[in-house]
Design a binder for this molecule. Structure first.
Ligand code: ADP
Ligand code: MG
Length: 420
């Protein structure tokens, strides 16, 4: 079927029940249907999956989707299967499958039933899998979470570096890379490592106009300051991020003692407790989750009203992701970070045990956080500039939504000088 003959709006409605594309989806789908290499940069929640799922469902052959997490792949496969009466429409291929299951997957692909095949990058390096995929019609290859290919991303996975060679072996098929990591460095790495300098790039804005950004100097009174802040936001949901598990426990305790309902969340708690605390937060049995960065993957509570960083994050990328959990519903979202140089030194010391190359990257990323914390310019402008996006805080949406713009430091001084 020629791509021009497909009514993608009709197909969107048919498969997903949506009457409209979101953001740049339509352009991305069209690009992929034209068999162009395509690169998509969209914030989390932007709707990246549909950009390859729809083209996969409406084309001949099987689309190979590379994704780093087994749990994520399983969710996606279940979601696709729920759109169809055929279980075989989507499959996962990984090392946990039995021989019989693998045979079924291969049978469904060969018969043309399977439209989406999710694979972990390490399964894709297996000779037998590559040989098989070479022998069947592949519509395209999608690389989800494509930032995993870059050491400058927040989740570097060496196996992603092999993908280019494997794709070449599979055949001359279009490739679509997708990520929510917007820094120019990571983007450059992705295009280089996937050998797709010719890709058509679609980048959505990362501006979150409803979020208010604020940085406060961290003093020994940080805990009472946080308590005061939470009391000012009484009855509202919030997340407090801390660097260590110990700090998480301590802060959660201090809040409880002060009459604020809070639960801790970190990887040191057993799975059952973690699930319970997460549910309590989602069901609004507690107001606040005090957490390490282990909290947040896949959490979709629309009305988180504040995200507090008790300790500074290790990169602006992480800061953006973590604060991005506030105000998903478009309502208020206050992002408050406490900053002290001592914490920076702590993080640096933390990194000094790592390999030199990793250290250098870590330090460079941290310096950007320092610059963000210390800047007197619009924080939104600073953040978006970091992501390669120019923002005019005078005219742009949400331009007045940060402490520096609300209370300009330099202007106050200038005014003082003028007064004679
Ligand atoms: P991302 O991978 O970019 O983080 P997802 O692909 O997980 O985002 O999609 C986020 C949410 O947006 C999902 O709940 C999805 O169903 C929804 N969504 C995607 N496309 C549309 C659309 N065209 N209309 C309405 N909702 C959509
Ligand atoms: Mg996604």
């Amino acid at each position: 079927m020629n791509s021009n003959e497909i009514d993608i709006h009709k197909e969107l409605k048919k498969y997903f029940g949506f009457s409209q594309f979101k953001g740049l989806q339509e352009q991305v789908v069209t690009s992929l249907l034209k068999k162009q290499n395509t690169f998509v940069i969209m914030p989390t929640g932007g709707g990246k999956s549909l950009c390859y799922q729809l083209p996969a469902l409406i084309q001949e052959g099987t689309a190979v989707v590379v994704s780093p997490l087994i749990a994520l792949m399983k969710n996606q496969v279940d979601a696709i299967r729920s759109l169809s009466s055929e279980n075989g429409i989507a499959h996962v291929l990984n090392s946990s499958l039995t021989k019989t299951e693998i045979a079924q997957v291969k049978k469904d692909i060969t018969s043309g039933l399977t439209k989406l095949l999710y694979v972990a990058p390490e399964s894709l390096t297996k000779e037998e899998n590559v040989t098989f995929l070479k022998s069947v019609p592949i519509s395209f290859v999608a690389i989800d979470e494509a930032h995993c290919i870059s050491e400058w991303g927040h989740d570097f996975r060496p196996e992603y570096r092999n993908l280019k060679n494997i794709i070449k072996q599979i055949g001359d098929v279009p490739v679509i890379g997708l990520t929510a990591t917007a820094t120019p460095k990571v983007q450059e790495d992705i295009l280089k490592n996937l050998d797709m300098a010719n890709a058509v790039t679609f980048k959505a804005s990362f501006n979150r106009p409803n979020l208010f950004y604020e940085v406060r100097t961290k003093t020994k009174n940080v805990e009472s300051d946080i308590i005061r802040f939470i009391r000012q936001h009484k009855g509202k949901s919030g997340v407090i991020y801390c660097l260590s598990r110990k700090k998480v426990e301590a802060i959660a305790e201090v809040l409880k003692v002060n009459g604020i309902s809070a639960v801790p969340y970190h990887a040191g708690l057993d799975a059952k407790t973690r699930a319970k605390h997460q549910d309590m937060f989602l069901m609004e049995d507690v107001e606040v989750v005090v957490a390490t960065i282990a909290f947040g993957m896949g959490i979709d509570k629309p009305d988180v009203r504040f995200v507090i960083h008790h300790d500074i994050p290790k990169s602006l990328e992480s800061y953006y992701q973590e604060t991005g959990r506030a105000g998903r519903d478009g309502g208020e979202g206050h992002c408050l970070a406490y900053y002290s140089y001592k914490d920076v030194e702590k993080l640096e010391k933390f990194m000094s045990g790592k390999p030199v190359a990793e250290q250098e990257i870590g330090f460079a990323l941290l310096q950007e956080v320092v610059a963000y914390a210390e800047t007197s310019m619009s924080r939104r402008k600073f953040l978006l500039h970091y992501f390669g996006e120019e923002f005019d805080s005078e005219t742009g949406e949400g331009g007045d939504m940060d402490d520096n713009v609300k209370n300009p430091k330099t202007k106050v001084e200038a005014k003082n000088e003028v007064v004679k």
